[in-house]
Design a protein around this ligand. Structure first.
Ligand SMILES: [Zn+2]
Length: 420
């Protein structure tokens, strides 16, 4: 098979403030994998005569990873303004009961993946509704490299969404959907929906089976108060999950906005990841994650949209809210780091960084083309430029998205009617 060499400026994040960039870059792709990356002339020197060169108008960066998103909330993203607990009880749980209807679920899944690919997202971790069939539907409609899990709720939610045992809650669902550890993620919704016994069962299930775990931790003050009332024996919110054995290096904890020094230390000791959701925290007025503490404790984190509390599935929008929120608090963050947190860090969080997450040779050819700002190579300035604008603008900003070497162009604009 011959290869394609894409010629364009390129940025390849390699760490929090570490990257390579080329104003005249070359990216050789063969059979969906990246074979070489670097200066265009250097890439051509090691190529073969029949390689095809395609010059692109724009800048190539890795495709985005979203490590905390509820695909079943996509239709109502940003639709309700409330604090966390009333938002869940009054709006979100009734919405999620609709996914018992498979036709509804199929249409929603197709729309979700069309929208995420359009916005440049190539991989991620998603919460589904409580329905086993909806997990299977999401996996069948999947475009890109996704893990998905049914939210496990035992009590404290509408009866149609709750299940009582780990057998009912997970094993059955996984068999029904036929997914393995690469695709299925064990997803207790959060402490307020689960008994200690069920959480412990889920912890064993995930550890023995080698599954990732995702849940919500310490998002809003009201939620934390309820958790401490419900688990009087626990040291704190983090301890509820720690006692259940739910914290490990394959655990991804959404939010972590209001943690104590003891809790940071526990997360660090367990090697768990944070899914940092700045746009969601802003939308529900939950507070700002203490980025200085996260850095001090050396806890790994990746960015995530948390749609539907997050109002947009665009990782460019999440990067914008991340930069604004922390800078407003006087914390230094670079646009270069934002790009890393929205790409390679997500792949690391998912355990996929050996095969995806940036443009290194040998990885899957997942990348997006962003508009060329022109002028001299200015990586910090260019990334800053791409994160400017409103949500709709940011969702539509990537000019094209490649997943495993296959190009996904944005859908053509709808035809204008005569009267328009
Ligand atoms: Zn969430």
């Amino acid at each position: 098979m011959s290869a394609v060499v894409y010629r364009a400026p390129m940025i390849n994040p390699r760490g929090a403030n570490l990257y390579d960039a080329w104003i005249d870059g070359g990216l050789r792709v063969r059979d969906g994998r990246i074979e070489a990356l670097g200066d265009f002339d250097a890439v051509m020197r090691v190529g073969e005569a029949h390689d095809r060169v395609e010059t692109l108008e724009g800048v190539i960066v890795p495709g985005f990873a979203d490590v905390h998103i509820h695909w079943v909330q996509h239709p109502v993203r940003g639709a309700f303004e409330e604090a966390l607990m009333p938002w869940l009880r009054e709006h979100i749980w009734p919405e999620e009961t609709r996914y018992a209807d498979q036709d509804f679920a199929r249409a929603a899944a197709q729309r979700f993946f069309a929208d995420t690919v359009r916005a440049g997202t190539v991989m991620g971790m998603s919460y589904s509704s409580a329905h086993a069939e909806a997990v299977r539907i999401a996996d069948q409609a999947r475009v890109g490299d996704w893990m998905v899990g049914d939210v496990v709720m035992e009590h404290g939610a509408p009866e149609a969404l709750t299940r009582a045992s780990v057998h009912e809650a997970v094993e059955l669902d996984r068999r029904a959907s036929g997914l393995g550890t690469e695709r299925y993620v064990v997803s207790p919704r959060f402490a307020l929906n689960c008994s200690p016994r069920l959480m412990a069962e889920l912890g064993v299930y995930a550890r023995v089976g080698g599954f990732h775990v995702q849940t919500h931790l310490s998002e809003s003050p009201g939620e934390i108060r309820e958790v401490l009332r419900e688990f009087p024996d626990a040291e704190d919110y983090t301890d509820v999950y720690d006692r259940a054995g739910l914290l490990g290096p394959r655990s991804v904890l959404g939010h972590c906005v209001h943690l104590s020094p003891r809790e940071w230390a526990v997360l660090r000791a367990r090697g768990s990841w944070i899914a940092h959701c700045p746009s969601s925290n802003e939308a529900l007025d939950s507070g700002r994650m203490d980025l200085e503490a996260v850095r001090r404790h050396g806890i790994p984190y990746a960015l995530a949209s948390d749609v539907g509390a997050g109002p947009s599935h665009s990782l460019l929008h999440v990067m914008q809210r991340y930069l604004d929120a922390h800078r407003a608090a006087g914390v230094a963050v670079s646009a270069v780091e934002a790009l890393y947190r929205a790409t390679l860090a997500g792949a690391e969080c998912m355990g996929r960084d050996a095969v995806a997450g940036n443009l290194d040779a040998g990885k899957r050819a997942d990348f997006v083309l962003l508009p060329a700002p022109g002028g001299q190579l200015d990586v910090e300035g260019w990334i800053g430029e791409w994160t400017r604008g409103g949500m709709a603008e940011l969702e539509g900003r990537p000019l094209a998205t490649w997943i495993a070497g296959a190009r996904h162009d944005p859908p053509a604009a709808p035809p204008r009617t005569a009267s328009a």
